[in-house]
Design a protein around this ligand. Structure first.
Ligand code: ACO
Length: 323
């Protein structure tokens, strides 16, 4: 049985760091309010002229170097983003050109904060079906460009960044001891559009629009849907929560992350948390968190990881990966 095995990972954060105290100097908010509600202490913000593709390219180059592979080895790029450089073409094709990859396919996936899990599932499916053999899966965002900086209820929550993993087809035994992506579960519920969306677009207003959110409603759905989807993906692969080495969740809010960890019965030291430093980077948050925990030596070859995320759509999902 073909498995999509992670060969390496990489990440990139813009240089500019904006702390809660920096925000409190510009708007009616406080470090205490932001930390208590979300766990966020700071976020990275892209410079003028620094686009989603630039962040994605740097993360991709680092992931390829970590994997010991070249762009010429790739035959697929799946880039998860809700903040593309342009309406079209796909930002993935810009990354393809900048990397110097001249074969295969490159396209974007749009599932907002669930984007990385969606992208990973798509790449895994294409690899398993023989349509690709070596894939770059990227989550990259410049959410700072779609924030309403006059809305303190949303603008304090997000940051910019990118992360990437390289997957390669390898022959597995089909057992749960295999390395690679072991199971995926994806869901969406379009009825919940109005609780988290951007109020513009090429076909509706002709403008880019800004992010709108009913935070309390999103919070409620996040807790319920995350609990369900992690149970679903574990059952699919024949695991129980106690088998997990690491939970690497979407980094939206420390309280949502803690709630999911508690539901799984995982001690906090088995949950990777970066929301304090990165804030919510949407599709980039899972690969950014992965990169931190791999590079600091916590996540090791053979560890069992549960990745999960939820965002606008609503769209949500989870993946089980043996590193
Ligand atoms: N600083 C200070 N006060 C603020 C701020 C701020 N930045 N923002 C809102 N407030 C005030 C409000 O005006 C309100 O004041 P009032 O009581 O005088 O009216 C008060 O704080 C409470 O506001 P709520 O919006 O009710 O605050 P809540 O406790 O729900 O926390 C939050 C808001 C943090 C957004 C929370 O609802 C949440 O975490 N929701 C999850 C949403 C999320 O994480 N979304 C990310 C995208 S989706 C995803 O990735 C899962």
């Amino acid at each position: 049985m073909i498995r999509s095995v992670v060969q390496g990972c990489g990440a990139y954060l813009p240089e500019r760091v904006v702390t809660n105290a920096d925000l409190a100097r510009k708007m009616d908010t406080s470090d205490e309010w932001i930390q208590q509600r979300t766990g966020i202490r700071q976020r990275h913000i892209a410079a003028d002229g620094e686009f989603t593709s630039h962040l994605a390219l740097k993360a991709s180059q680092r992931a390829l170097a970590h994997a010991g592979l070249n762009a010429s080895d790739l035959d697929l790029i799946v880039l998860a983003t809700a903040t593309p450089d342009e309406t079209f073409p796909a930002t993935a094709t810009r990354v393809q050109a900048e990397l110097g990859m001249t074969r295969g396919a490159a396209f974007d996936v749009q599932a907002v904060c669930a984007g990385f899990v969606y992208g990973l599932s798509v790449a895994d499916s294409l690899i398993k079906n023989g349509l690709a053999s070596t894939a770059l899966v990227i989550g990259a965002e410049t959410f700072s460009r779609i924030l309403d900086w006059d809305d303190r209820g949303t603008c304090v929550l997000f940051g910019d960044g990118a992360g990437a993993v390289v997957l390669r087809a390898e022959e597995g035994t089909g057992s749960s001891a295999d390395r690679g992506v072991l199971a995926n579960a994806l869901h969406s519920d379009g009825r919940q559009h109005d609780i988290l969306y951007v109020d513009g677009g090429p076909s509706s207003t002709g403008t880019t629009g800004l992010l709108r959110m009913e935070g309390k409603e999103v919070f409620k759905h996040a807790v319920v849907n995350m609990a369900a989807v992690v149970g679903e993906v574990l059952a699919k692969a024949g695991f129980e929560a106690k088998d997990l080495d690491w939970l690497v969740p979407h980094q939206a809010n420390k309280r949502i992350i803690d709630g999911t960890g508690r539901k799984l019965g995982l001690p906090p030291e088995r949950v990777v948390v970066t929301v304090d430093r990165h804030a919510n980077t949407s599709a980039a948050s899972i690969p950014l968190a992965l990169d931190v925990a791999v590079k600091d030596g916590r996540i090791k070859k053979g560890d069992l990881l549960l990745l999960e995320g939820i965002g606008g759509g609503l769209a949500w999902g989870a993946s089980l990966v043996r590193w």
